[in-house]
Design a protein around this ligand. Structure first.
Ligand SMILES: Nc1nc(=O)c2c([nH]1)NC[C@@H]1CN(c3ccc(C(=O)N[C@@H](CCC(=O)O)C(=O)O)cc3)C=[N+]21
Length: 283
């Protein structure tokens, strides 16, 4: 079988860098802090929150969770978010999404302070991802994909990369990040004609379609690098990716597992972004 791209190893390497940077900030009397804004108590938000809080603790980053009622009005939500924007002790803000439907994300995304927006909610940061402007914050999950590829020295220059999925949280931004590393990028989705054949041309395949085990060996070229961004639940109620691991593992040269792949690096990227935000705010 191919090489397992182990997210835990990549996460540990990122944590080392982040801890060192946190220590240096604290020596200057600055305590890096992430504030999480959560509306209600959605299980997938809570699951990410648990992982994020644990990771921040391990990286010596302070945290606060601003828990808001499920039925909060748009006006009250904006007021609460502005308070976090203005909190001098908060350097990074993570707003769990999607927000409940009475809240209009198309309006709220302009409210979050771009310099504290560590998961790319603000259009300012979305634009910076498009422009390849490193002063911004790309979303944490696509950045985790890039960290894994970089850690394992996957050469992206000129590589044929295919992104399966076009969401604003993964597909589109990861395509821009790959392009930034000089990959040749194709974005595919559920309407793509001859989808398996298009994916099977990829040297590097990023699966972010959100359908359990959809990517079988007929989507994969012999020797391809396959990164699985999916977090789904299978028939047995177990966590699984978009890739049918058992079917693909002997065809791919490198492959991420789920769990233990991209998902386990995402919170380390979040921590890295909080440190970056804190450093930039104290220049
Ligand atoms: N602005 C924003 N950004 C997000 O990234 C975001 C969000 N809002 N809202 C909620 C969803 C949900 N989400 C999860 C991530 C990992 C696990 C998860 O299960 N992680 C496993 C690891 C999985 C693995 O290893 O692949 C763990 O932490 O142990 C769950 C949920 C992020 N989200």
């Amino acid at each position: 079988m191919g090489t397992l791209l182990d997210g835990k190893v990549v996460a540990a390497s990122l944590k080392e860098e982040t801890l060192k940077a946190a220590k240096e900030l604290r020596e200057k009397g600055i305590a890096p802090k992430l504030t999480i804004v959560r509306v209600g108590a959605n299980p997938s938000d809570l699951s990410y929150e648990r992982g994020a809080l644990k990771r921040m603790e391990g990286c010596n980053i302070d945290t606060e969770v601003k828990e808001l009622p499920e039925d909060i009005t748009q006006e009250d939500f904006i007021k609460a978010l502005k308070e976090v924007n203005e909190d001098k002790n908060t350097h990074g803000i993570l707003v769990f999404r999607p927000l409940p439907k009475q809240l209009d994300e198309e309006v709220i995304k302009y409210v979050i302070a771009p310099e504290k927006d560590v998961d790319c909610f603000s259009p300012t940061n979305v634009a910076k991802v498009m422009e390849g402007d490193a002063t911004g914050f790309a979303p944490c999950t696509p950045t985790a994909v890039m960290e894994i590829l970089s850690y394992y020295n996957v050469d992206l220059k000129g590589a044929k990369s295919v992104v399966l999925g076009r969401s604003m949280v993964v597909g589109k931004p990861v395509a821009m990040l790959l392009l930034g590393q000089n990959a040749t990028v194709t974005i595919t989705h559920s309407k793509t004609k001859e989808l398996p054949a298009v994916c099977a041309e990829a040297d590097v395949l990023i699966a972010a379609i959100g359908r359990a085990k959809m990517v079988t060996s007929d989507y994969v070229k012999e020797g391809a690098v396959v990164v699985d961004v999916g977090i789904n639940v299978d028939e047995e109620g177990k966590l699984c990716g978009d890739v049918d691991f058992a079917d693909v593992e002997n065809k791919a040269s490198m492959l991420t597992p789920v769990p233990g792949g991209v998902g386990s690096v995402t919170t380390s990227v979040l921590a890295k972004h909080v440190i970056k935000a804190c450093t930039l705010q104290n220049k």
